[in-house]
Design a binder for this molecule. Structure first.
Ligand code: BGC
Length: 800
């Protein structure tokens, strides 16, 4: 939840609650960096039964013993307290501290600042049992060094690099005392109307799984009690990314096979990577709210996947079971959620209310749990299991041995040269070159620009907007006034204008916004366009930076029209009308419908590129770095094509432009504007047909080689993508699905052979009962650098 939303919620306490007087198996989630994750990861492992492998047995035993001893000393109220997560209180946290001192809460969210955190922790340690709290926050794409938004990180197709972002984020957040992040969001989505696609890795389960696992490892390392590590949360479980009509918080309804094949794999990959916690999602799935969904939270997560960590509800989601009409009252909500498998209730505090001006807690566990227990609706075993998960999380996070993990001067960990270099590298890799043609009369493409260009006009509302450039999900506590101070300010943000000036120091660089995203303008007035056109006419080239203001994506930011907002198209047209060369740079949090930009000579998708974004955009504009980002999500031609994804199922009447009675639209092709996996480079590549080494089988692994050649005249980078299709199966298989990828950098004319290892996890699928099966084939396998139809020459095989 962003600060803005938190503020909005704060203003409108809408519920009744008075002040809430205020694990059978501990499969410990210290883990296990399974086989090193690289850009060629082969995730999506088969479903396994029983508990997953854990930390050393000795570690487990020692923690189990301590946890059991503590539970034996706890009162019922103290147990429910451990299951309650509270937020800052408007009385300068006096109430929060009192709650902590009474042992009425177990964890805290959204409290930032080491001194604030330490004060509340001190109170908790004075509670009757002295159980420490754990402090949590949405650290989504950075804490002080802001990395590209997650969809941008996914555009790198470089899980290792993305893992480094999270490792740096953990360095920065833990310095402040925050040991638990609510990230990664691993929700697959095929619907760019949904604003939260900005927080995820796009539409594909294979890419999404690799990124999910890398993020968990980045935050946690192999021991998240370590000083610079923190617990990660897999969210939002599950299938939160498929709300009907792309409308936030809406219903999800899907078949078992789609759930298992397309939506669950990234959650599973993150569980296998050792994620400490899982957050249940707001939505209902097939008619059951996920906050009360034992099928997901117990059967799949615990029994099938062997998850041993703690589960947490989403923000006030337990009491919302009543709003759903699923729970009859708050007590019923507590019963439903706890018995379904939600261990911790994120019960947040709302604003002051009532004559005593008391903060309002929305908890149900603490208020109603004890009576539910007395009446037998919750059993002591269920309660103890939930408490066991929470205490184990705290032991694993090192809270008992080091309850004050923050450091004396946390800012020494923030915005370090190393973190800024990581952010720039990720941003460099995340930018996707969508178009690059020759300007009229020229014999070379528009990009890259020469650093000796004598005059450059920079235009557009997002060219010098340090706050929007960071995108949504800037953490609570981040000082946006420092961001607004711009380049050289305390948070070192480099805008595109700054980046261009640095990269071309001898050029005459002008800035004419045309319009701005401010409360008084919002780019719906064209009054500044003439000045922008004049600047463009006077310059050798114009860079136009347009897109969505950051508040257009993220939570509660669904849009039904996902075109470029307001008058920005007209601004581009004003620049284009000058007849001078120009480049459009997009900053946005979702795929947009931009058919009018299909003929833009040069078009870059920069997403929200973060603190060093302006340097990264300049790196690409001037060719210091070859563009190598690839889209993790299809760009539809119009909203009527949504939901859209490259891995759709075949039909009996496949698209045929000459036959009306085939699966198509009358008014638009079936294909997206820009395909999943697409992204141009300044050089050209050819990729061979894959060569199979060994014998594919239902049970063993085999290798696949493909050779990529840089056929152009400059060095560059590309992502080799391996796609698979299977026919004659018991249920239809996608027309293509990604089963491997590898990022490669090559000098001009250089070739490299990349190797993928495939096995049953790549060949099989989940059937209509949710069981993983491998069927004989025939299979087609091909390699390319996009999912676009017709890319790559297939090799075929069957398995015995
Ligand atoms: C969001 C979660 C987030 C939580 C805490 C909720 O509104 O859905 O993703 O972690 O708030 O901020």
């Amino acid at each position: 939840m962003s600060e803005r939303i938190a503020a909005a919620v704060w203003e409108k306490p809408r519920r009744r609650f008075g002040l809430g007087a205020v694990l059978a198996v501990i499969g410990i989630a210290v883990v296990l960096l399974v086989s090193g994750l690289s850009g060629s990861s082969n995730a999506a492992p088969a479903r396994r039964r029983g508990p997953k492998p854990t930390a050393t047995a000795a570690q487990q035993r020692s923690i189990n013993t301590k946890v059991n001893a503590l539970i034996a000393r706890m009162s019922v109220q103290q147990k429910f307290g451990q299951l309650t997560m509270a937020g800052p209180t408007p009385d300068n946290n006096v109430t929060l501290e009192n709650e902590a001192r009474a042992g009425d809460i177990g964890s805290v969210l959204d409290l930032t600042g080491r001194d604030n955190i330490d004060a509340v922790q001190k109170a908790a340690l004075q509670s009757p049992l002295g159980i420490p709290l754990i402090f949590s926050l949405d650290v989504i794409h950075g804490y002080r060094t802001m990395f590209p938004v997650p969809i941008g990180e996914a555009s790198t197709w470089d899980p290792k690099q993305v893992g480094q972002d999270e490792s740096a984020s953990a360095d920065e957040a833990t310095a402040d005392g925050i040991k638990w992040t609510f990230n990664p969001m691993v929700d697959i989505s095929r619907d760019p109307r949904w604003g939260r696609v900005v927080e995820g890795a796009g539409e594909d389960p294979f890419l999404g799984s690799a990124i999910a696992a890398a993020k968990v490892r980045g935050y946690q390392g192999n021991d998240f009690s370590a000083p610079h590590k923190m617990a990660a949360t897999i969210k939002h479980f599950g299938a939160y990314g498929a709300p009907v009509a792309g409308r936030e918080y809406n219903t999800v309804d899907m078949s078992t096979q789609q759930l298992f094949n397309d939506y669950l794999p990234p959650y599973k990959a993150a569980v296998d990577a050792g994620a400490a916690t899982v957050m249940s999602s707001f939505n209902s799935l097939n008619g059951v709210p996920n906050t009360a969904n034992p099928y997901l939270l117990t059967q799949i997560l615990r029994d099938e996947w062997g998850f041993g960590g703690a589960t947490v509800s989403d923000y006030q989601a337990v009491q919302e079971l009543e709003e759903f009409g699923y729970a009859s009252d708050g007590a019923d909500a507590a019963r439903l959620a706890l018995t379904a498998g939600v261990n911790i209730e994120m019960a947040v505090t709302l604003g002051p209310t009532g004559p005593a001006n008391n903060p309002v807690y929305n908890d149900t566990y603490y208020q109603y749990g004890p009576s539910m227990l007395r009446s037998g609706k919750i059993t002591m075993t269920q309660l103890n299991d939930a408490v066991r998960h929470v205490l184990t999380l705290k032991y694993l996070a090192g809270m008992f041995s080091n309850p004050y993990p923050g450091i004396a001067n946390p800012s020494t960990e923030w915005l370090t040269p190393q973190h800024l270099a990581t952010a720039r590298q990720t941003a460099d890799e995340s930018i996707v070159l969508l178009n690059n043609s020759n300007p009229p009369g020229a014999s070379t493409p528009t990009l890259p620009l020469s650093t000796s260009t004598s005059s450059i006009a920079v235009v557009g509302p997002l060219a010098d907007d340090p706050v929007d450039q960071l995108g949504p999900d800037v953490p609570i506590g981040y000082d946006t006034s420092a961001a607004a101070a711009g380049s050289g300010g305390s948070d070192k943000i480099v805008t595109v204008l700054d980046g261009i000036k640095k990269a071309a120091p001898n050029a005459n660089v002008t800035y004419t916004p045309g319009c701005t995203f401010t409360p008084t303008d919002t780019c719906n007035s064209t009054s500044g366009f003439a000045a922008a056109a004049t600047a463009a006419s006077a310059a050798d080239v114009t860079v136009v930076v347009v897109g969505e203001p950051a508040s257009d994506s993220g939570e509660a930011s669904s849009r039904s029209d996902i075109s470029l907002p307001e008058q920005q198209d007209a601004l581009i047209q004003a620049v284009a009308g000058t007849g001078k060369p120009y480049v459009v740079v997009l900053m946005n949090g979702r795929p947009l419908t931009i058919p009018e930009l299909a003929s833009t000579p040069a078009l870059l998708e920069a997403w929200y590129p973060g603190t060093t974004g302006g340097d990264a955009v300049a790196d690409i504009l001037f060719g210091k770095v070859d563009p190598s980002g690839k889209l993790p999500m299809s760009f539809p031609r119009n909203v009527g094509q949504i939901p859209i994804s490259y891995n759709e199922l075949p039909t009996g009447r496949p698209y045929d432009p000459n036959n009306k009675y085939t699966s198509k639209y009358l008014d638009v092709p079936n294909t997206p504007q820009y395909a999943f996996g697409y992204g141009l480079s300044y050089t050209t590549f050819s990729i061979s047909s894959p060569r199979i080494v060994g014998t594919p089988s239902r049970t063993g692994t085999f290798r696949v080689n493909a050779t990529i050649t840089n056929t152009g005249s400059m060095a560059g980078a590309d992502v080799v993508q391996l796609y698979l299709h299977e026919d004659d199966t018991s249920i239809l298989q996608p027309v293509e699905k990604l089963e491997g990828f590898k990022r490669v950098s090559l000098a001009a004319k250089q070739s490299k052979t990349v190797t993928f290892t495939l096995g049953p996890q790549n060949l099989g699928f989940y059937n209509a009962e949710g069981r993983f099966v491998v069927e004989p084939g025939p299979f087609k396998l091909w390699a390319g650098d996009s999912s676009a139809v017709g890319t790559g020459t297939p090799t075929t095989f069957t398995v015995g």
